[in-house]
Ligand binder design. Structure first.
Ligand code: ACO
Length: 382
């Protein structure tokens, strides 16, 4: 019996292809809507915590008080890193690019998890909690090590955002700082089939393990067209240096057909709702700290971009105002993308578990554009 070959269609960048189903986040790119399990992102940013949001994404419903306490306790119990992982962090070159170090250390965690290759749902849930819980300690530890500072253990009395800032800075953060980071973690936690989530599901769909899937995802997030954009935004603001120079700089970029980082999105052709929230946040922090310069420069860039390319549906994305927000929180520029890892880990893990529920290998085709019938010439005759 012969099977008919289905008609194949070329879709550049898979821009118009639905490659999986997901219950986690809904995006309406034309209206600028983002919901996690049906709840508007703005509501979650105002009312939820990162831990509660991850529970929602993983379980498809908000937890009761008891469920949230239990979930939080399980996460906190996994904050600390195995001894050999702390030793590996101390052995890393201090000048390592943080995203290379984060990717390496997430992969290394598998070496010290006896359940790494156990594919049962129970083991995967436990590994998901471990990965979510340990990533902040990895990032803070890497940063302290490269600065020659003593590494600080996680604080199991506090939530992820607060414990992370304490490990990073060696001091208990103010409530405003901890809440600011918590909100950033909520806003970045999931976003449909973005490149890194897709990559993590491709790895998972081969029935590889969650550590491999997270390593794939971190490598994919790193690129400046994806999660690496927030760091580049900050470099751009520094390069411009002054509000008076914004106009010339942005017009120069557009005239040279260069992209302005932090603008544009594959799905949103309206204002990214995460950027709406972060913009308000960036303004609030700037007002509170009395340092308006970066916010004002960002706002001016937005005005110029709106006039020049707004009609093409190019607006600020999540990375544009998260850059100034992270900077105001005192984070080094090259930690901006690792912050994204800390948050999106929640989304990636939820997606990978979802993928396994009705798994099918993700294996598209490519269109061959090379020659046929070529000769194999002997090496001496080439
Ligand atoms: N600045 C200037 N022009 C832009 C920008 C930008 N940031 N983004 C898109 N455009 C223009 C392109 O030049 C192109 O114009 P043309 O049709 O006249 O040639 C048109 O808009 C379409 O752009 P594409 O890159 O083809 O659109 P795509 O959907 O593939 O890209 C992407 C989306 C990669 C996000 C793009 O907007 C971009 O590179 N932005 C800058 C990087 C960035 O901020 N990335 C973070 C995205 S959010 C995230 O991943 C968390």
């Amino acid at each position: 019996m012969t099977t008919a070959t289905p008609e194949l269609r070329y879709d550049e960048g898979l821009a118009n292809t639905i490659a999986a189903k997901s219950r986690m986040s809904f995006i309406d790119g034309a209206k600028g809507v983002l919901e996690y399990v049906g709840i508007d992102i703005d509501t979650l940013a105002r009312k939820s915590t990162f831990e509660e949001t991850v529970y929602l994404l993983w379980h498809g419903q908000l937890p009761t008080r008891e469920e949230l306490d239990f979930f939080t306790a399980k996460i906190r119990a996994e904050y600390d890193l195995p001894g050999p992982i702390w030793d590996m962090i101390r052995a890393l070159p201090p000048d390592a690019i943080p995203m290379h170090a984060v990717r390496t250390m997430i992969s290394a965690l598998a070496l010290y998890d006896a359940d790494a290759d156990d594919p049962t749902p129970e083991a995967n849930e436990q590994k998901a909690i471990r990965l979510l819980a340990k990533t902040p300690a990895l990032i803070a530890g890497l940063d302290r090590h490269r600065k020659g500072l003593e590494i600080i253990a996680p604080d199991t009395d506090h939530g992820i955002a607060e414990s992370f800032l304490k490990m990073l800075n060696g001091a208990v953060p103010t409530e405003t700082m901890a809440r600011a980071l918590d909100v950033c973690l909520i806003l970045h936690a999931d976003h449909g089939f973005n490149a890194s989530t897709f990559a993590s599901r491709v790895t998972t769909a081969t029935l590889s393990d969650l550590y491999s899937a997270m390593t794939t995802a971190v490598g994919t997030l790193k690129g400046p067209l994806h999660g690496g954009a927030n760091e580049v935004v900050m470099h751009m603001l520094r390069e411009i240096g002054d509000i008076e120079k914004v106009e010339e700089y942005i017009h120069g970029k557009l005239e040279r057909s260069e992209k302005v980082m932090g603008f544009g999105h594959r799905v949103y052709k309206a204002y990214d709702p995460r950027a709406t929230y972060l913009k308000t946040f960036a303004k609030q922090i700037a007002t509170d700290t009395g340092n308006m310069k970066l916010y004002e420069m960002s706002h001016r860039i937005e005005e110029i971009m709106d006039a020049a390319v707004g009609k093409k549906g190019i607006y600020p994305n999540v990375d544009f105002y998260s850059a100034t927000t992270y900077y105001s929180l005192g984070l080094d520029l090259d930690l901006f993308t690792p912050m994204f890892v800390m948050s999106r880990m929640g989304g990636w893990l939820g997606h990978c578990i979802e993928q396994l529920e009705g798994n099918k290998l993700i294996r598209p085709r490519c269109e061959y554009t090379g020659p046929h019938g070529s000769e194999y010439a002997a090496i001496e005759q080439r």
